[in-house]
Design a protein around this ligand. Structure first.
Ligand code: 13P
Length: 287
């Protein structure tokens, strides 16, 4: 059964580790992530962007697929199904479809509108026992076509949003979605510490988990980050493994045209990436 992310994140915050959010795009990705989480006894969050939701035939399809897998694969570790960077309308649609966790990204609104919309969703999510992530200070890079500037969040605004009663808060601390440019200055721990001081015990979320050096990820976790989002790195490893398989010509031999065979190396590559990240985040054995 899908669970809210609240309990797993509070435990992670107290235990000084982080739960990974891995974004899904299709059945193979979802299966690989769930298999790895179960094998390593790690809690996990499956992230779904609005674009990926559309690609997978809508939120109801995603909920049906994930619930089916939890049952058929006999998954025992805690799994949350989480809308990633949702609009207000997307959040309502995912709540209706059966997601167990929601991110409302109101970071592009003026703070008062972000507060108003987030408050509405706090009410609805509380009633239904769902976890809610809010964002302050846009994360740089591309979020489903929206380009952010990699800002650092204003700690006072973070407090305003945290005080509404959200479960977790994503605050921009110089992190960027996708690959980091060579001249990236690294995470702003000064911002992270200032945000933490304002929001107290609230679990913090680090977006843009692809390519942040391990020591920076670990330092962020030690300063209150309890959830780290990873998307691009799974895409890169899936694409590289698939490309290699095709270039080696194996797909042309024997049963190489079989989609189950063609997609298998990519699925294995995702498992390896997820394992590596769970090791880095310290979540193995914490289910
Ligand atoms: P990356 O694509 O950089 O791993 O970021 C993922 C993310 O933050 C999803 O919200």
């Amino acid at each position: 059964m899908l669970v809210s992310a609240k309990e797993m994140l509070n435990k992670a915050r107290d235990g000084k580790y982080a739960v990974g959010q891995f974004n899904i795009n299709n059945l193979e990705w979802t299966k690989s992530i769930l298999q790895t989480a179960e094998e390593l006894k790690s809690p996990v969050i499956l992230g779904v962007s609005e674009g990926a939701g559309k690609y997978m035939c809508g939120y109801k399809t995603v909920v049906g697929m994930v619930n089916g897998m939890l049952e058929e694969m006999k998954i025992t570790v805690p799994v949350a199904l989480h809308l990633d960077h949702g609009s207000y309308e997307g959040a309502l649609a995912c709540i209706a479809a059966g997601f167990s966790s929601i991110m409302f990204d109101g970071s592009h609104y003026a703070i008062d509108e972000n507060v108003a919309k987030t408050s509405e969703l706090v009410k609805i999510c509380n009633e239904k026992g769902l976890s809610l992530e809010a964002e302050v200070g846009a994360i740089g890079g591309e979020e489903d076509g929206v380009i952010g500037k990699g800002e650092c969040a204003d700690p006072a605004e973070c407090k305003k949003i945290a005080d509404l009663g959200v479960t977790m808060l994503a605050a921009g601390i110089g992190n960027i979605h996708g690959k980091y440019p060579d001249n990236w200055e690294g995470l702003s721990f000064t911002t992270l510490e200032a945000v933490k001081k304002e929001v107290g015990n609230m679990p913090l979320v680090l977006h843009g988990g692809t390519g942040i050096p391990e020591e920076q990820v670990k330092k962020a976790i030690s300063l209150g980050v309890a959830k780290v989002n990873v998307n691009t790195e799974c895409q890169l490893s899936f694409a590289a493994a698939t490309r290699k398989y095709i270039e080696e010509g194996k797909d042309l031999q024997g049963k190489g045209f079989d989609p189950r065979k063609l997609l298998a190396p990519g699925a294995e590559a995702i498992k390896a990436t997820v394992k590596e990240k769970m090791e880095m985040f310290g979540s193995i054995g914490k289910a």
